[in-house]
Design a protein around this ligand. Structure first.
Ligand code: PLP
Length: 421
């Protein structure tokens, strides 16, 4: 119990209890400041890519040299929807790249995309004006830990177990199990991250079009969290074109291109959703942070951001992921029934220790004792109706930081896994 002397409201109790995301971000922040003592394979901090960092530095220098721009960036509130130049740049990029017919009315900036999900799930789900209660459907567990505690109401999610495909002796892939999925009248929307945090899964084109059709038939939105996808940061290892229409709410983030500190995300959606987000921005934050929008606007308007991501960000993560996968396999005996999820994007390896008798929360503690920080898989399963042993058998490992550190951490993880079986 962290609050002994503060009488918290229901809202306070709900949002200030021990949550996975709080523990995760706390561990992340402390490990980042541990002076290199910890092997940081937890958290979702993007990697430091020197050539990309140089681009942000150069943009800052350009802004500093432009007095009017600099003064406006620091000195002005812009509209709760975002700066006009940024909105126009997004319209142009998505029109040029994918032919989408967008206007400014289709885009709203948010203080980080994390905030966009808080807005969206609570705009749609929870108690309705007619007294009924609606939920957000998550068609494929495990899903992003950051959604788990965002509901103002409890039990806001209805989730489904996936189908498991074994791809080879030590690789598997989750797929949406359409045979069990039901979009009943108490569902207010469907939410997926693609690529998925924590697994690195990328829902197939077929899975997305079936979900789009189901949501269209049910008259509810499909929310796609594109924090790792095309066109930026492009941490997705296949050429999958993003999809959007008026029923889809597409969320994007600037964080994983290396800018988590500027707390900027944006949503592409039909105008009424954009107005609702702008209204919430005004009440909760007045306006957005200008810095990220100013840094990135010219790179988006010119399309340069696409080349940066494709040539530097995507290749960087792809190479790092292969190094980590190869190293982990080299440390694990073939006889152990362990599986890595097929790594199709994002910055994580998702390890499944099949039939492990040790819950991964305990494995996490053992690893922490050895200065290796990972995230136990339990946090990524929420909203399921039935208990499922699989939820205690998985671990999320961030593979993207210093390769020496990642290798060392993976070797220790493998050593601890060998002790379990
Ligand atoms: C899938 C996913 N969505 C959204 C977010 C939120 O990111 P941000 O608020 O930095 O845009 C994250 C962060 O790790 C994420 O992994």
């Amino acid at each position: 119990m962290r609050f002994k002397n503060l009488n918290l409201s229901k809202f306070g109790q709900r949002f200030c209890s021990e949550t996975g995301i709080w523990n995760l971000m706390d561990d992340l922040g402390k490990a980042m400041h541990s002076g290199g003592q910890k092997l940081m394979l937890g958290g979702g901090n993007p990697a430091a890519i020197p050539i990309v960092r140089d681009i942000w530095r150069q943009r800052m220098a350009e802004i500093l040299a432009d007095q009017a721009l600099f003064d406006s960036m620091l000195g002005d509130y812009h509209t709760p929807q975002g700066t006009p130049e940024f909105l126009d740049a997004i319209v142009k990029l998505f029109h040029n790249q994918y032919g989408w017919k967008l206007s400014r009315e289709n885009i709203a900036v948010t203080p980080g995309s994390q905030m966009a999900f808080y807005y969206l799930v609570n705009l749609l789900a929870g108690e309705q004006s007619d007294g009924s209660f609606k939920k957000i459907l998550l068609p494929l567990m495990p899903e992003y830990i950051g959604y788990a505690d965002q509901g103002q109401a409890k039990n806001i999610y209805q989730s489904y177990q996936p189908q498991i495909d074994y791809l080879d002796r030590h690789t598997f892939k989750y797929r949406v199990d359409f045979s069990s999925l039901k979009l009943s009248s108490d569902i207010a929307g469907v939410l997926v991250s693609r690529p998925t945090n924590p697994t690195g899964n990328v829902l197939t084109v077929d899975e997305v079009s079936r979900l789009a059709q189901m949501t269209k038939d049910a008259g509810v939105p499909l929310i796609i969290d594109n924090a790792y996808g095309h066109p930026f940061p492009d941490i997705i290892f296949s050429d999958i074109t993003p999809v959007w229409d008026e029923r889809i709410i597409l969320s994007m983030s600037l964080s994983k291109i290396g800018l988590p500190g500027i707390r900027t995300g944006f949503v592409i959606a039909q105008p009424e959703v954009i107005q609702a987000i702008s209204a919430l921005n005004a009440i909760l934050a007045l306006a957005n942070v200008n810095v990220g929008q100013q840094i990135i606007t010219p790179l988006i308007a010119s399309g340069e951001i696409m080349d940066i991501c494709k040539n530097h960000v995507r290749t960087f993560y792809f190479d790092r992921s292969r190094l980590a996968i190869d190293h982990f396999h080299s440390q694990m005996p073939d006889s152990i029934p362990y599986y890595l999820h097929k790594c199709e994007g994002a910055m994580f390896l998702w390890l499944w220790l099949k039939d492990s008798p040790l819950p991964t929360r305990e494995l996490y503690e053992r690893l922490k004792q050895r200065n290796v920080i990972v995230v136990p898989g339990e946090y990524f399963f929420f909203g399921l109706d039935d208990p499922w042993p699989h939820t205690n058998q998985c671990l999320r490992i961030n593979y993207s930081h210093n390769p020496q550190m990642v290798k060392e951490g993976l070797s220790i993880i493998a050593e601890e896994c060998r002790k379990i079986y």
